[in-house]
Structure formats: C-alpha cells, structure tokens
Design a binder for this molecule. Structure first.
Ligand code: GLA
Length: 726
C-alpha cells in the first residue's frame, strides 16, 4: 500500500517507486512535515522531526510539555497565519471578528484507492483506481470552526503525487479566505537551487536557476493568466544537480490564473516551498456551509537529476492529465494561414492553401483570426462571433465542403474570452467586460477581457459558439487569449466579492471549455495565448496541445522548447514550420518535429525543391510520431548552456527506437565532436538507419556519436534514427 498510517506512532508515510513523504500528527494535533525525498524503507520515523532549540522571540505552545516546541521553528504540513509561525503561511482566513489568526489541526483521515476530482477545476485523474491512492486529512480550527481537508494522491509507479485543499465553513458566520496555497513543503535545509521559467511574449520559458538565499524568493503572476512572464512551474534541486545527477523536486500548479511559487529560507536555514493561488489581490467570501477548493499542485521527485524530473512530469501528464479522443491517437498534421495572411484572406485563398497542402500530404487546414463579423484587423469585432459569409464567399459549411472535398479536415480560430471596444457586442453591453467603476479601462491589442465570471455573459458567448460549431463540420478549434486582465472587477458581483473575480474568471473559462469538450468530444482543441502565454497544466486538461510561441524562428524555438520541456511533454507543444528566414526548411522541420507538428505559411510559395523537402518531412512526421509523442525526452545539449549547438533525443519506452536531433546555432570550434547519447539500453545494439552501421547502446552513450561528418554552418542540423537489432 503506497499510503500507510501507523496509528501508534501517528505517522503517515506516502511512498512512490522512488520517493517517501512523511507526516506526523504531533502533540496538540499539530500536523508536522517530517520528510520528502528518496524512498526510505523505515517506519521508525519520529526522529526525523526538527527539534530546533528554543529561541528567544519564538513563541511556544504552553500545552506541550516539551517546552522547546515552537510553531516558529518546526516543519509544518499546512502552516497557518498569525499563530506563532512567522514564515510565509499557506492558509489564512479573516474570520468574522476581523482578525486573520488561523490554526487548523488534525481531526481525522481517510485512505482509499483512486482520486477524486475537484469541483470546477482541472486536475489529474486515475486511469484506473489501482493507479492512485489518496489520503484525505480533515483539519479544523477549533476557534473559528473553519475546516480544511488536505488531499494527497500518490501516483506510486510514476514517482509523483498531487495535493489540494478544500475549505469548509463549518461555522455560522461568513469568513474570507485570504491565502490558500495548494501545497507547502518544509525542507530541513536550504542547500538547493531554485529553477523557474521566465519570459515574455515571443520568448517564453527561459530557464532561470539560482541558489536559494535567506529570505523570500518568488515567481508569480497576477495577470489573470499563468502568463508568458512566469510559469506555474518551479523546481528545487540540489546545488550540484545536473540533467542526469542529483535530487530534483518539481512543483507545478494545475491552474491558468494568478499563481505564486514561493520559497522562504528561514532563521534555521530550512526552506519552505509554497505553490498555489497568488494571495496578492485574492480573497474569497465563504458563507456558512459553503466550500472552496484550491487548484491542484503536482509534486515530482527525482534522484536522477533534472532530466528525469522532467520525464516523470511528461509521463504523468500524458497518462493522467491529457484527456479525450486525441490523447493517444494520431493528431492531424495541420497548416495554419495566420503567419502567411494575417486577416487578409477570403474563402478562395483558404481553399488554395488547402489544395496545395493536400498535395503535400497535410491533413488539416486551420482558418485563423479574421473569419467573423467585421474583423478586418485587430481593432474590431471580437465578441461578434457570426460568420462573415461575404468574406468567405458563402456559408461556412460551403467552405468546409470545398476543403473536405480535397481530403482535408477543417479547423477554426476563436478568442472567446475577449471583446473589442469596436464591436456590436460591446456597444450593446459595455458592462460585459472586466472593469472597475469610474476608472478608465486599460486597453491591450485594442480589446478588453470579457467578463467570464458572469454566467449570463458566458452563456451568451457559448451559445454563439454553439450556433457555429453545431451546424458545421469543425474538426479543430484554436482557443486564443491575447491580453491579460487589468482593473480586475465585475459588474456582476458586490463590492465584498471583487477579490474573487480573477479566480471566478478562470473558473468561467474552465466551465466553457468543459462544455465544449463535452458537446464536441471529437473536436481537437489547441490552446494559445499570443503563443505560449497560458502554457499550463490547467489548459492541458482541456486541450492536448498548446501553441508554444508566436516565435517560429527555429533557432529561437530551441530555447523555448527546451524551457517548456522542463515540465510539459513534447506532444503538447504546438510547433510549426514557418517562412521565417533563419535556417532552411530541413532545420525548421527538425525543430518543429519536436512537438505537435504543422505548417504556418503559404504552401503555394514553395519552390519545386522545397516541395520535395516538405513531402519528405510529412513522411518523417508519420514515421517518428510514436517515438516523439510517447517516448522519453533526453535533453543532450541545452541552448541555455551552450551557445553553439543544441541537441536532444527521444527514446521509445521499450528502448528499441531513438531519434536524435542536433542544430548548429553558431559555428562551433569543436571538431572532432562526439555527442554522447542517453536513455538507450547499454546491452542492446542499434542500427543507424541511414548508414546501416551498428553500435551498442553502451558505445553510443559512453563514447558517443561522432558528428564530424555534419555541417558546422549556422542553422544547419541533422537527425539520426536508431533501431535496436538484437
Ligand atoms: C495570437 C496567436 C496567433 C494568431 C493571432 C491571431 O497572436 O498566437 O497564432 O492566432 O493571435 O490574432
């Protein structure tokens, strides 16, 4: 059993294949955190407790005989605000008396197979109840009557666990939740580095790594989305951890709005790691009898370096987060018109793209922004989701028929959460956007954010979408989100609920996405937010792929894809070959093959020679689909560490197949160069399909693959495909 409760010692032990996590119910029912790390067989674990000596200025609990026990110096499971622990707290409730002293202690627990969902929020799921075991710990604040259920679900085989919290107002008074982190881990030391992913539009998810220092360090968003700027992923790794060596703890929030990943190194040089809804600007009024659920945090442990941490996330998300028809079956290879045409297209142009694309072997055409209302440029018409038949040369169904007749599927673009200032919808309902009274609304890309915290607004938008989608054969929908939330407020809620709006907004988005996936289960949804501004696990629950970045330059894409792969699997990353100038089509294809492959250009502009390359790429897409989409990713040379070349490989689960790719970013001075492969079976022999040379896995991993034969020119690249022979 992966979760065990020792009733005598009052210890919970949560084991995965490679990790253990230990909680103690201490005197006075305090829930103490004792350990998270490599798997340990022991059950005699009380000694793991930090016994920090008494320190002046640290308050003690006088009911505990051991006069040295201070909340300020111990490692807590779910630390609360204002009751003796001065570090960052995970939980704070402003009670009816007006203070926010909070103190929840153990009451009871349950252990069972399987994993519950979270009301209104995306979360990981068990494919079969035997995959996951769950522990629920009920805690209560005896003074206020507020209860918090702490959920822990253990994915034993995968080395991962999830945590979330449900608050119940068991009192007869209304309270306000001020802070509710989804997870908190108190580590006994601070000999770690913190890794986070920062960026901006068109330059998403750069890897930032720095040693922890005393005090607080944070990566967060308060943009009303997870954002290009920081990602709700953070890792704590040993100072000497590398891709293949050392301890790494990964944390990721299944959430698409304001989050905070915080680490506080305290007076004892312990480090408290927290991940959850950003408390900055958040508040939730909780009436008697009502509940509130936090988003889910995912925690992954690896004792084999950062690369293995990433692979655990990838396996976990492929199996227990991605859902629906397109989870395991081959997704269509698409072409999107955006980069080639912007909004300057008509039905005939889309058909001309489709015709050429069909000849090249593409499966689907996506008609991007500009097909509805008066949408001739980005200044207008968001919210007017009626097909512009004049532009398309007839009803949408007619365009789709023409495309289907060419043997192609059809996809369409939407941006449901937005409203243009110049739109019929805004003229009719100026209060339907996120705004605060009497204050000018900041505008971005000429648009406001529509108020999805309101049911009436959501229903209206969904019905407009339904009218189009239910009568047309739409195989794919690109859901875009092109600005962040400012002046966050809603005309649909009273003053004392305005702090809820950012969270209510994302709950509204999730609700619409849920309806969409239920009403149109066969439709493939790709998420997008000005490229990868909402690349998070919350979105992956509804859409198995996300447009990784608006930047399609293959060299820039290397760092974007490497950074994204810290947490998210390759098959979730939309990656397209475009007409961008740096590097030729071969390299663009090799880089885009990393993810959910497609094209983003005018196919009628290909030269004869380029068409031959493209047809070859299409074949490769099919040939390598499984090893890329379901294999393990090994980052061989990171563009964050090497400015000359990047290299990576995918290895199938059975280790019988491997695809190795390397790109020259700047001419390296490193002849001869041997690229040491990873993840192969040292005992197996592999044939290089191109040369028919056979090598052992041991040779390829220890001596490496000699790269002398390959070009060293900027922007060149190569792929090598190996298959096992014995
Ligand atoms: C965003 C997306 C692009 C495209 C445009 C359309 O920028 O990331 O791919 O869809 O919007 O307006």
């Amino acid at each position: 059993m992966p979760i065990i409760f020792d009733s005598e010692k009052k210890i919970f032990k949560l084991d995965t294949a490679n990790s253990s996590y230990v909680i103690e119910i201490y005197d006075e029912n305090y829930l103490l955190h004792l350990y998270y790390g490599a798997k340990i067989p022991d059950y005699n674990l009380k000694n793991l407790k930090f016994k920090g000596g008494f320190a002046s200025f640290s308050p003690v609990n006088i009911n505990i005989e051991d006069g040295r026990f201070s909340p300020d110096n111990c490692t807590f499971e779910y630390p609360c605000e204002g009751t003796g622990d001065f570090r960052l707290s995970a939980f704070a409730v402003r009670n009816a008396d007006g203070n926010n002293s909070t103190d929840v202690r153990y009451v009871s627990h349950k252990i069972y197979n399987g994993k519950p969902g979270i009301d209104g929020l995306p979360s990981l799921y068990a494919s079969d109840d035997s995959d996951v075991t769950t522990l629920e710990i009920l805690t209560e604040d005896k003074v206020t009557g507020i209860q918090a259920i702490l959920y822990y679900s253990v994915f034993e085989k995968l080395g991962a666990m999830t945590r979330s919290v449900k608050v119940i107002n068991n009192s007869d008074k209304t309270v306000e939740i001020e802070r509710i982190y989804s997870t908190c881990v108190d580590f006994q030391t601070s000999n770690y580095d913190m890794i986070t992913l920062y960026g901006k539009w068109s330059k998403e998810r750069n890897v930032a790594r720095r040693p922890l220092a005393h005090g607080r360090q944070t990566a967060s968003s308060k943009r009303g989305s997870s954002s290009h700027h920081q990602n709700p992923f953070g890792a704590i790794v040993a100072n000497d951890a590398t891709e293949d060596f050392g301890e790494a703890y990964g944390f990721n929030l299944v959430y698409s709005s304001n989050f905070s990943f915080d680490v506080e190194v305290d007076q004892n040089s312990g480090s408290r790691v927290l991940l959850g809804i950003n408390p900055d600007g958040f508040g939730w009024k909780l009436e008697p009898g009502k509940t509130f659920s936090s988003p889910e945090a995912v925690m992954v442990y690896s004792d084999k370096g950062i690369g293995e941490m990433s692979r655990i996330f990838h396996r976990l998300y492929r199996k227990h987060l991605i859902r629906g028809k397109w989870k395991d079956i081959k997704r269509p290879l698409l072409i999107n018109n955006w980069e080639a045409t912007g909004m300057d297209f008509d039905g005939d142009k889309i058909v001309s793209f489709a015709k050429k694309a069909a000849e090249l072997g593409v499966d689907m055409i996506v008609m991007d922004d500009g097909w509805f209302g008066n949408r001739f440029d980005d200044r207008r018409a968001l919210g007017d989701w009626q097909v512009n038949e004049e532009k398309l040369g007839g009803p949408l169904s007619y365009l789709i028929e023409r495309i289907n007749a060419l043997g192609l599927k059809f996809g369409i673009w939407y941006e449901p959460e937005m409203i243009s200032r110049d739109s019929n919808l805004y003229r009719e309902h100026p209060d339907w956007c996120i705004h605060v009274p009497n204050r000018e609304k900041s505008i971005a890309r000429h648009q406001y954010v529509i108020d999805f915290s309101r049911r009436d607004v959501r229903d209206y938008i969904y019905n407009e979408m339904y009218k189009v989608l239910s009568v047309n054969k739409v195989d794919y929908l690109k859901w875009d989100f092109n600005r962040n939330l400012s002046e966050i407020g809603s005309a649909g809620y009273p003053a004392d609920q305005q702090k809820e709006i950012a969270h209510r907004f994302v709950l509204g988005t999730y609700e619409i996405m849920d309806r969409l996936t239920k009403d149109f289960p066969d439709m493939l949804i790709e998420n997008c937010s000005g490229g990868g501004g909402r690349f998070d696990a919350g979105m992956l629950y509804y859409s198995p792929q996300i447009w990784t970045s608006d930047n399609t330059d293959p060299i820039e894409r290397l760092s974007i894809q490497f950074g994204t792969s810290m947490c998210y699997p390759a098959n979730t990353m939309g990656a397209h070959v475009s007409a961008s100038r740096r590097a030729g089509y071969e390299t663009k294809g090799n880089v885009a093959l990393w993810g959910s492959f497609g094209y983003e250009l005018d196919p009628n502009r290909f030269t004869e020679e380029e068409q031959v390359t493209i047809k070859e790429q299409v074949k490769e897409y099919h040939k390598y689909y499984d090893v890329i989409h379901f294999g393990d990713l090994y980052r061989l040379i990171s563009p964050f560490e090497n400015h000359f070349r990047a290299a990576w490989m995918f290895v199938s689960e059975d280790k019988n197949e491997a695809l190795v790719t390397s790109v020259v970013m700047r001419k390296p001075e490193d002849r001869p160069f041997f690229l040491r492969l990873k993840g192969l079976d040292p005992e197996k022999y592999y044939v290089d399909e191109e040369t028919n040379e056979v090598y052992s896995g041991a040779l390829l991993m220890n001596a490496g693959l000699c790269l002398n034969e390959f070009s060293l020119d900027d922007g060149t690249s190569f792929k090598k495909y190996f298959k096992s022979v014995k």
